[in-house]
Every structure is written in C-alpha cells, then in structure tokens.
Design a protein around this ligand. Structure first.
Ligand code: PMV
Length: 312
C-alpha cells in the first residue's frame, strides 16, 4: 500500500487580482491535510476510488458521475496517463481530508495532489513537484473554471509561493517566521461563482477594477519584500489595505467583516479574508502572545473553527 499527503493552504495577498495577471502570495497550512492510499485490488476489479467521508464509491470509467466523483476520476485518469501505465489497472484508491471544503483552503487541490503523489509513488514514477502541480491544475479547471494556478502550485511545492499567472510559481524564503490565526466563518465560499461575478463586474468597469487589481498587486510585491527580509512591521497594514480593496470589489461579507474587526480589536496586526471570499476563512497576523486573545475573539464572533499556523 502507498500513502501520500498534501497540506492545505491560505492566500496571504492578491486573491482575485491574480486572475488578472497581478502577483499573489500563498503559504501552506500544515495543520490540515488530505491523504490518499493506493493499494492493489483483485484481478479484473478495475480502479475503484473511495471517499468514505463523502460516502462515495466510484469505479473509474463508470458513466454515473456525480460532482464529487468527476474531479477524482479526472485526476486518476490524467495521473495514470502521465505516469504511462494503462488505465486498465486493478487498484483501490481511498481519499480523506481534514481540510474544510469550500473555505479557500485548497481542499480540492490537496485531495488531487495527494492522489497524484500516491499514484506516482505506487508506480515509482518519480514525479517532480512541477509535474504534480501541472496535473492538479487540470483538476482545478474542472473545479473552478478559470483557476490562476496558485492553489495547485503552493500545495505541490509545500513552500510559500509568489505567483504570477503564466510565469510559474516562485518559491521564496521567509526571513523571519510569523504566525497566523485562521478562522472559519462556516459559510461556503464558492470560488467559481465569486470569480465569475468579479469578471462580470470587471467587464462593466475595467478601468476601476484594473486600478484596484493593480493596487492589490503592489501590496503583494511589498509583502514579498517584507516577508523575505523579515521586516514584518508593515505586513499587518498591507493585509488591512488588501481587505479594504477586496471589499471594494464586493467579495467580502458581513461575517468576514465581523471577524476582521474582532481580530483587529483583540490585537491582531492585520486581518483579511483569504481565497474567493463572501465567506470562507479570515486570516489574522498575530504576535504569538496575542494568539489566545485573537482566537477567543474570533470564536466569540462565531467562528466554527479556529487554527493557528506558523509561516516559515
Ligand atoms: O480556491 P480559493 O477559494 O482559495 O480561491 C482562489 C483564489 C482566486 O484568486 C479567487 C481564484 C484563483 O484562481 O486564483
């Protein structure tokens, strides 16, 4: 049996703007992860994909495909083709995940990444992180329509990435580790819908939206400098400004804004939504001494789950 994992992620800066060519920064979140197990099966059983958490059992190639089964099927097909083994295998592939679904933490990309890694190891394919990322990007297209590619990149490389669409991910070093609190609003954040709404709004007023995206890009560039040099004093302000811009492009929500205010009042240096928005998770930059206070304030504000992570 072969097992592989993939961590979740959050976007620190530049969500949405990244779809329009601006830079964005994402970091892995090692507190949550997806797991895939690959094992042999009885002769002529074919490939079975199981996701017990979703009550899902899917035979590869079977026509009855649900929304949950489709990305799993596509991931396995693409991975087997890339590895160069026939799809007619006898395999049992089981997936599970502790990453909350549709909360901007990369759950779909992480499940696909764990599957590709497990299949790669099972067949000794020696897939590089860039191979895994490219394969998972195909699954992301199915999930999201027009993904920028940031999720599959940060999850495949397991390092902070500075990402510009079309240029490939740049993994970068953190000058001085820092801590985040991540609070789940409990409201699903449907990436595909929010991205489509932003595109419609951009088409109606390109000048204004391009200006807002450019400012988001400038924030991401400044944040990368701050993070690589370890001069973090201004990082919280950059997050707060990014949140204000995300509010202007109408991807925030009352829950998000309640959490952002609660985190800042409790001592966070900065806070913003992360991912597509209109729900999902809020991230707050904290000094370690403020962790309990900020986490408590977010719980009181209604967070269904709060976790802390260190970016290093
Ligand atoms: O998958 P999420 O919810 O983290 O959102 C992805 C970030 C967007 O910039 C909104 C979309 C994209 O493809 O980059």
């Amino acid at each position: 049996m072969t097992t592989a994992h993939a961590y979740g992620k959050v976007i620190l800066f530049g969500e949405h703007a990244v779809v329009y060519g601006q830079p964005a920064i994402a970091v892995p979140v090692t507190q949550v992860r997806a797991t895939a197990l690959v094992d042999g099966a009885h002769p002529d059983d074919g490939v079975t994909i199981l996701a017990p958490d979703l009550n899902l059992v899917h035979r590869l190639g079977s026509p009855a495909q649900t929304d949950e089964a489709r990305p799993l099927e596509l991931t396995v097909r693409n991975a087997l083709d890339r590895i160069g083994v026939p799809r007619a295998q006898d395999l049992r592939i089981e997936v599970s995940s502790t990453i909350p679904i549709a909360r901007g933490m990369g759950s779909g990309a992480a499940i696909a990444t764990a599957m590709v890694r497990a299949l790669g190891s099972h067949f000794d394919a020696g897939l590089a992180a860039s191979d895994v990322s490219e394969l998972v990007y195909q699954t992301e297209i199915l999930h999201h329509g027009t993904p920028s590619g940031i999720d599959n990149s940060v999850i495949a490389f397991e390092k902070p990435v500075y990402f510009v669409r079309g240029e490939g991910p740049k993994v970068f070093e953190v000058g001085c580790p820092f801590s985040l609190v991540i609070a789940d609003t409990g409201v699903p954040s449907p990436t595909r819908d929010v991205v489509a709404d932003v595109r419609r709004a951009w088409e109606l007023d390109r000048e204004r939206y391009d200006r807002l995206f450019e400012e988001m890009g400038a924030l991401a560039r400044a944040a990368k400098d701050a993070i690589t040099t370890g001069r973090l004093d201004g990082l919280g302000c950059l997050m707060n400004r990014n949140q204000a811009l995300l509010e202007e492009i109408a991807v925030s929500s009352p829950e998000v804004e309640r959490f952002v205010a609660a985190a800042r009042e409790a001592g966070a240096e900065g806070a913003k939504l992360s991912g597509a928005g209109r729900g999902g998770n809020v991230i707050a930059l904290i000094s370690p001494s403020a962790r309990d206070e900020v986490s408590g304030a977010l719980r009181s504000a209604g967070a269904v789950r709060v976790m802390a992570t260190r970016v290093e």
